[in-house]
Design a protein around this ligand. Structure first.
Ligand code: OSB
Ligand code: MG
Length: 375
């Protein structure tokens, strides 16, 4: 395929309720969406890709306007250069931008847009591209830190009533043992897990062991992003399975984490690891060693929620993902909404990676639009 124009949309979409984690409170989601206009043997197609970066570099080093800058200034010129020498494909995209260090979320957005265009041109769903035959995947929900335990119980009860099959509670020092105990007492059988987003240190080991009493599926990223060895040490003293999110950004890193005993489980977020192709490699590495994986999220809009559901249809995704309905985060999504059916999200059958965006929503939420010529 040949790409002539790329449009970088920066959007600001209100959240249905504030989402608080150990690193910040989000009131709206800043979304960078990439639109590529491609010429293929099947004619002209438009591909879309969503960037996982948040507005501020508080979850990882990347942030939305930084992603816009790196895409415009460094990634697109390399893509333009590469396509002068031959046709582009999603599978070669990463190699064209590998001289740029890091910026995986920016790279993932671009690769997604190209993959979307490529799959649309060949009339292929992302599920069939992956070899996924599942028609739906179980849906879990990530519950932010609340102002009080009664408020938390109300929120969790609402999600359980909606049919969510697994609850993930965000924790931080001062909001951990007691909220988890309260939810476990109210819902003795609900599959439950916690996510600390790197809020603790090894000094907290004895305290964190208190979570072992609540039959949790896993504890996600209790320690810092760079603390792989320390996670292995904590894993040795806790009964709750150790899961890494922030610390795993590549298939090589996943292999190291598994070998070190730092991860009994891996949260695979396509955006964090540079895209869906690397996400599949991590799945393959983990599956080969019997390590469970599940699909994490970055408050994706409808542009990326379906692709996450397709990815989660791969056989190694043995735990429910943070793939909730559009209504978990948005009153108005960028696409027709994803909905829960019996606690599950359908694996899309449409051609491509992204659901067709609602042009009016894209226009209404726009805060910045840039047109880049890459011909
Ligand atoms: O750590 O998994 C995380 C959202 C933003 C940044 C980091 C995380 C999250 C979530 C929400 O937990 C996952 C989702 O439902 O999209
Ligand atoms: Mg996490």
């Amino acid at each position: 395929m040949q790409i002539d124009h790329v449009t970088i949309h920066e959007l600001q979409i209100p959240l249905v309720s504030p989402f608080t984690t150990s690193f910040s409170t989000q009131y709206a989601r800043t979304v960078v969406a990439i639109e590529v206009a491609a010429r293929t043997s099947a004619g002209e197609v438009t591909g879309w890709g969503e960037c996982g970066a948040l507005a501020e570099p508080v979850y990882s080093e990347e942030y939305a306007t930084g992603a816009v800058d790196v895409i415009e200034r460094f990634l697109l010129p390399r893509l333009a250069e590469a396509q002068r020498d031959g046709a582009l494909s999603a599978e070669t995209c990463a190699s064209h931008v590998e001289s740029i260090v890091g910026h995986r979320m920016a790279k993932a957005a671009l690769e997604s847009a190209i993959l979307d265009a490529q799959l649309k041109a060949s009339q292929t769903s992302f599920a069939s591209y992956l070899g996924v035959t599942a028609s739906s995947v179980p849906s879990g929900v990530s519950v932010g830190i609340q102002e009080s335990i009664p408020r938390l119980l109300e929120t969790v009860a609402g999600y359980v009533d909606e049919g969510y099959q697994r609850i993930k509670l965000k924790i931080q020092p001062g909001w951990d043992i007691e909220p988890v105990r309260a939810v476990r007492e109210a819902h003795p059988d609900v599959p439950l897990q916690v996510d600390a987003n790197a809020a603790y240190t090894l000094v907290d080991s004895a305290h964190l062991r208190g979570l072992d009493a609540f039959d949790l599926l896993l504890i996600e990223q209790p320690l810092g992003e760079a603390d792989m060895r320390q996670h292995a040490e904590l894993a040795r003293v806790m009964a709750t399975p150790m899961c890494l999110d922030e610390s795993v950004v590549s298939a090589e890193g996943a292999a190291d984490a598994i070998a070190l005993g730092a991860a009994a489980v891996i949260n695979i977020k396509p955006s964090r690891v540079g895209g869906y192709l690397e996400a599949r490699r991590i799945h393959d590495v983990a599956r080969a060693s019997g390590t469970a994986v599940w699909c994490g999220g970055m408050l994706e809009t409808g542009l990326a929620r379906g692709a996450n559901a397709a990815l989660a249809g791969l056989p190694g995704f043995t735990l429910p993902g943070d793939i909730s309905a559009s209504s978990r985060f948005y009153d108005r999504d960028l696409t027709t909404p994803f909905v829960l059916r019996d606690g599950r999200i359908d694996v899309p059958t449409f051609a491509g990676l992204c659901k067709q965006p609602d042009e009016a929503a894209i226009a209404d939420f726009a805060v910045d639009v840039r047109h880049v010529d890459v011909s």
